[in-house]
Every structure is written in structure tokens, then in C-alpha cells.
Design a protein around this ligand. Structure first.
Ligand SMILES: [Zn+2]
Length: 342
């Protein structure tokens, strides 16, 4: 029998009814539950006077949960701790989660303890875990069942989870798009792609009072100038973005996804036939991924180009050697940064 001592305590021993030092121990046990043989660790108290292991009410309950969790693991079901983790991730109470799922009011409480969930309910809990969007739609459908405050709290938590999850996928997709430049570091200005820096560079421009009318075309040019100037001055770019030559000048690969990244202060404006993307950031902000030098570079770009109109900046970009020497749709080499006009 494998015994592990957890701690000792001087107290009234309910086995021999005398005060002495008792040991709390973990013992490896094997049991068959619903036809499945499982190994788990059970907690006991040890009385050395009577040489006896015994369990109080709480220990018995915990041991029961350990047994059920071992069974859940053996069958590939969520453990009680995992179910608790899913629910607390959404900051929802046990009874409200039951309401959301249309389950009996005590179902989740039982699943978080001694009752093993069936396979169908297990699948639903896993789907809730991986799909905040589904949680949001269930919540919206049962809105009238919750108090206004509870509904708002659950909704904002789920939206936050949804956005974080979406951002993870989006970042993965952008990085996959950049895998092709692995062997061609000059395309990224001798820097590895940093999406944190991309987000902060955009936020920095959007927060500046000296940048006027910041729409997408202008933003893309400012980003290229920032990376090109950084390359010219330091030998490497800031963001690691690769830029393509398009009729209106440099545009980073993945530009549509980039402006969707979490934290980008982008507002879509319906222009009838098209959509305009406006960037602005108010209040006090920090830019944790940018170094002092990088902010200085951005400040130079802002000083020289921040007040140019979209057409002015396109025209300015058109007279760059980098633009003139790059065929349409080709990647703009950072080698031309040495001839940069700023
Ligand atoms: Zn005792």
C-alpha cells in the first residue's frame, strides 16, 4: 500500500477519542465503478494509537469525487475540475448555466461533484468551452430568464472570450501567410513579424493629435514609412511586415486581417458603395511593445507625413525609389530604404 503523508495536526482524534498528533494521508486505491476499473488517490486520517485509517464526511465526499473523476478520465469525459473551469471562465453561476442550457437547476452542481455527466451533456459542455459565440447566442435566446445585470455581465465576459479566441485564430492565419518569407528576410526588413508591434504602431498613429484624417490608405503608407525609416536608421524594421506594391503605394501583406486584430481602434464607416476604415484612439494610452527608439522613429514619420492628405501621401510615395523600382503587386525590397525621402 502506497501512503503519502500530507500533513500532521495535534487535535482530538475521532477514532480513539483522545488528543494526539494525527496524520492526513493519501492512499492509492483501485475500485471498479460502473464496470470500469479505476485507480485514484483517497484521503484518510491516521490514528497511530489504534493503527487505523479513517475518513470523515468531507474526506468521504472528496474521495467519491476522486473516484468519479478517475472514471471520467478513463472514459474521456470532462473531470469535475474541468467543468468548474469552463463555468468560471464564463463567470456564470451553476444555476444560471443550467438555465442557459435548458437543464434542471441542480445539474451543473451535481456534475461539478459526484454525478458523472452523460456523453451528450459532456459534448455540450465542451462546445460551450470552445465556442464563446455559441454561448452568446444561447444567452441572447434566454435573455428574459436573467436579471439585466447578470445578462450584461455574462454577455461582456463572453464577448471578451470570443474576441480573444478570434484574435488567436487571426494571428495564426496572418503568421501562416508570412511563412513564405522565412527564407527572404529582406522582404520583412530584416525583422521577424511581431503582431504586438503592428497593433501598437497602428495605435500610436491613431492616438497622435498630429495625424489628421487617418483612414486605411494613409495608415498603410505611414506604416511602410515607419518600417523603412527604421531599416534605414537601424538596419531592421519595426513590425516585420512585408509590403506589396499596389497602385496607391505600399500595402502590407495581410492588411485586411491586420486591421481586424484585437486592440486596433478601427471604425467602419458605411460610404454607400464602399466601406471606409477610420482609425482613432482617445484618452491616455501606453504602447508596451514599442521601444523608446521605435517611438522616436514613429514621431519623425508623424512630423513629416502626419498632416498629409490621402492623395498627397500617395503622390509622395509614388516618387519613392522603392515604388518606382518595384513592379506592380511585387514585394517592395527594404534595400530601397536607403534612398528614402524622409
Ligand atoms: Zn487516535
Amino acid at each position: 500500500m502506497k501512503i503519502k503523508t500530507l500533513k500532521t495536526e495535534h487535535r482530538l482524534c475521532t477514532c480513539c477519542m483522545e488528543e494526539h498528533i494525527v496524520k492526513y494521508v493519501l492512499i492509492d486505491e483501485t475500485q471498479t465503478f460502473k464496470g470500469q476499473k479505476v485507480n485514484y488517490q483517497a484521503q484518510y486520517t491516521y490514528c497511530d494509537k489504534a493503527d487505523e485509517f479513517y475518513a470523515d464526511e468531507t474526506q468521504m465526499q472528496d474521495n467519491d469525487i476522486s473516484l468519479k473523476d478517475a472514471y471520467r478520465k478513463a472514459l474521456g469525459l470532462l473531470t469535475s475540475k474541468e467543468i468548474i473551469a469552463i463555468r468560471t471562465k464564463y463567470a456564470i453561476s451553476q444555476s444560471d448555466l443550467c438555465m442557459l442550457l435548458g437543464w434542471g437547476g441542480k445539474t451543473i452542481t451535481r456534475y461539478e461533484t459526484h454525478q458523472v455527466q452523460d456523453r451528450a451533456h459532456d459534448t455540450i459542455l465542451r462546445k460551450i468551452d470552445s465556442d464563446p459565440e455559441w454561448f452568446i447566442s444561447l444567452l441572447t435566446d434566454s435573455k428574459s430568464s436573467f436579471s439585466e445585470a447578470a445578462y450584461k455581465k455574462y454577455l461582456s465576459t463572453a464577448i471578451e472570450l470570443y474576441e480573444t479566441e478570434r484574435d488567436i485564430y487571426l494571428r495564426r492565419a496572418i503568421k501562416a501567410d508570412y511563412a513564405r518569407f522565412e527564407e527572404n528576410k529582406i522582404a520583412q526588413g530584416n525583422a521577424s513579424l511581431s503582431l504586438d508591434k503592428v497593433v501598437d504602431v497602428i495605435r500610436y498613429f491613431a492616438a497622435s493629435q498630429k495625424v489628421t484624417d487617418l483612414y486605411k490608405v494613409k495608415l498603410m503608407k505611414l506604416m511602410w514609412y515607419a518600417d523603412a525609416l527604421s531599416y534605414k536608421e537601424r538596419g531592421y524594421a519595426i513590425t516585420g511586415l512585408a509590403y506589396q506594391s499596389l497602385p496607391m503605394g505600399a500595402v502590407p501583406i495581410g492588411h485586411n486581417s491586420i486591421i481586424d486584430l484585437k486592440g486596433i481602434p478601427c471604425e467602419e464607416i458605411d460610404m454607400g458603395e464602399t466601406t471606409a476604415y477610420h482609425f482613432s484612439l482617445n484618452g491616455k494610452n501606453t504602447f508596451p511593445s514599442l521601444s523608446y527608439d521605435e517611438k522616436k522613429i514613429l514621431d519623425i514619420v508623424i512630423k513629416k507625413l502626419g498632416k498629409l492628405t490621402k492623395n498627397d501621401i500617395i503622390e509622395f510615395m509614388h516618387s519613392e525609389a522603392a515604388y518606382k523600382n518595384t513592379a506592380s503587386k511585387e514585394i517592395i525590397s527594404f534595400e530601397y530604404a536607403n534612398q528614402l525621402q524622409i
